[in-house]
Ligand binder design. Structure first.
Ligand SMILES: *[C@@H]1O[C@H](CO)[C@@H](O)[C@H](O)[C@H]1NC(C)=O
Ligand SMILES: *[C@@H]1O[C@H](CO)[C@@H](O)[C@H](O)[C@H]1NC(C)=O
Ligand SMILES: *[C@@H]1O[C@H](CO)[C@@H](O)[C@H](O)[C@H]1NC(C)=O
Length: 534
């Protein structure tokens, strides 16, 4: 072979080789307790999220994306590709005294990705097991973890508090891999953004990157210091009528800026066009109740910890440079457990058997119908089970009534004029990065925003609450606000769904009772940190 021929052959071989080896980077961003009406691409003129919106307008807004109603279950489903009740992770969120985690025999998303050559990094919340080292992210496929292991924490002190019989018990919950991160200071959303952008900047691009950014925001802080944002930013939100909601708006501004900074960092590193970006909420907003953050799921009914739409139909979007969905909006059902097969599919990694999740990669790309028709929400701790089946949702058992009403409508007040939306969009980091790549967002933003905005009549003289003798049935396509109860009209459907729901509930691993106050886990034993205690 002459040398020219050899060179040509070598180039062809190396191109084939690189093509095969080239998997997309995946940056997955999770907001904590973000409500349906807390992003402006769902229609809010009060909480402006131009960076998040720009990703939706240029990617695909997921109009019927569902999660579990609570954080531990939804994160477990994301990581395993299974409903949380299949791994015993459903119901009431994990306390730090519980010796419980995603069972170590279940393979999780970062493990699949690591095996396929990814560098795997978690910045932020874990909350699916930290009593033993075996449960921690660095034992579960993550090369690195910088973040909190508990459900939430103080935005500046990084402490997490539980109320025990001896009173309040507090400890630091921010760790760098296995070590308490005492060296850190600053507002946590900024701290996590800095960590995430540094990982991107330092990434060795010979391997693909998986970066999971699981923010504290906009979850509440500890009791007594619930909403935390830099004062100068709160002052910028004076147009928001509710003083608490004003703080929430500032927390959201930081979260939206974070998305902008992450996209900018990907662009600076020349990685953006090879990256899939996901932005989701873990469950609905917590408008009222103990850890209320003044989020709003308006006009949807119910909040976090309820199986009504406000608890489970949440913000979701997918962005990738080569998506083929010209509508920028997908109306198909998607569940949090579907990300695992969907992302593996996008990365050309074989999808394991035995998942509850469904791969939607092709259908989102071609704007075809969703293969998902059924979704379950089973919480045997609270005592309800619900199911979506085609256009219908059946809710059985006992829900927490205070969490199952229409809320948040009275938080939308604006004093004077809100900042103009179009200006915010045009000046956002993501809009400008995309424009510099020749991907100018045009009129489609108006049509996507219109499609993604839910309008419905919340007024109803009596709303159905299920209990041991009563079920509630809704047509969630026609009645997304769940006001018109239909069980008497469709007895056969109720029977069919009840049978399916019972069969699904029989598959579950019961949620063990939450334990509090286990002195072995007391932070005072570990230099006032919530460390591994078994
Ligand atoms: C965690 O440990 C890994 C491997 O030892 C290391 O590469 C990484 O930088 C560490 N991560 C953090 C956040 O310290
Ligand atoms: C909003 O309405 C709820 C009842 O749905 C009430 O508890 C709450 O105090 C109201 N908030 C404001 C700011 O008026
Ligand atoms: C114990 O906690 C203090 C902060 O309260 C910290 O400065 C110190 O480094 C910690 N000690 C160890 C051994 O981690």
């Amino acid at each position: 072979m002459d040398s020219r021929k050899f060179l040509k052959c070598f180039i062809v071989i190396s191109v084939i080789f690189t093509c095969e080896a080239k998997r997309p980077n995946i940056v997955f961003i999770i907001a904590d307790d973000l409500g349906w009406n807390d992003v402006s691409f769902h229609g809010s003129n009060q909480i402006l999220t131009p960076n998040i919106d720009s990703l939706a307008y240029s990617g695909v807004a997921l109009g019927r994306y569902y999660s579990h109603a609570i954080c531990t279950p939804s994160r477990a489903a994301l990581l395993t590709g299974k409903y949380s009740h299949i791994t015993g992770m459903q119901g009431y969120p994990l306390t730090m005294s519980e010796d419980r985690g995603i069972p170590t025999c279940v393979t999780v998303l970062p493990e699949y990705l690591k095996k396929a050559g990814y560098s795997t990094n978690l910045v932020g919340k874990w909350h699916v097991g930290s009593s033993r080292e075996d449960y921690l992210p660095t034992s579960r496929g993550f090369d690195s973890h910088f973040g909190h292991r508990s459900g939430y924490m103080d935005y500046y002190e990084y402490t997490y508090e539980e109320t025990w019989s001896v009173g309040k018990v507090s400890g630091m919950t921010l760790f760098r891999n296995l070590t308490a991160a005492w060296d850190v200071s600053g507002y946590i959303t900024d701290v996590y953004t800095e960590e995430a952008t540094t990982i991107i900047k330092n990434h060795d691009t010979s391997s693909p990157l998986f970066l999971l950014v699981a923010h504290v925001a906009p979850h509440s802080g500890n009791e007594g210091s619930m909403l935390q944002a830099p004062p100068e930013l709160v002052r910028e939100m004076r147009y928001v009528e509710s003083p608490e909601r004003r703080m929430f708006a500032a927390m959201m501004k930081k979260l939206d800026d974070s998305v902008g900074d992450i996209v900018q960092a990907l662009h600076n590193k020349n990685m953006l066009e090879d990256t899939i970006i996901v932005f989701v909420s873990d469950n609905g907003g917590m408008t009222s109740g103990l850890y209320k953050n003044y989020a709003s799921n308006y006009p949807l009914r119910g909040i976090k910890m309820s199986p009504f739409e406000g608890g489970i139909r949440v913000t979701g979007l997918l962005w990738a440079a080569n998506l083929n969905n010209d509508n920028h909006y997908w109306d198909g059902y998607m569940h949090v457990a579907d990300w695992l097969p969907t992302l593996l599919s996008a990365a050309d990694i074989p999808i394991p058997k035995g998942l509850d999740g469904i791969d939607h990669w092709r259908n989102i790309n071609s704007d075809s119908a969703s293969e998902r028709t059924t979704m379950y929400e089973i919480d045997d701790y609270t005592g309800y089970a619900s199911m979506i089946y085609g256009n219908f949702k059946l809710i059985t058992g006992n829900v927490i009534r205070d969490f199952a009403t229409h809320q948040g409508g009275n938080l939308t007040g604006i004093i004077g004029n809100a900042p103009p939306y179009e200006d915010a969009l045009l000046h956002s980091t993501v809009y400008n990065v995309l424009e510099s790549l020749g991907r100018t967002i045009g009129r489609e933003h108006i049509s996507v925003r219109k499609k993604a905005t839910i309008e419905c009549d919340q007024t109803s003289t009596s709303i159905c609450f299920p209990d041991d003798d009563t079920v509630c049935l809704y047509n969630i396509k026609e009645d997304p606000c769940e006001t018109t109860e239909l069980s008497a009209k469709h007895p056969d459907l109720v029977l069919e769904m009840t049978i399916l729901l019972k069969a699904e509930a029989a598959r579950r691993i019961p949620r063990t009772k939450p334990t509090y106050r286990n002195p072995l886990s007391a932070p005072s034993r570990f230099n006032y940190t919530w460390d591994v205690w078994i």
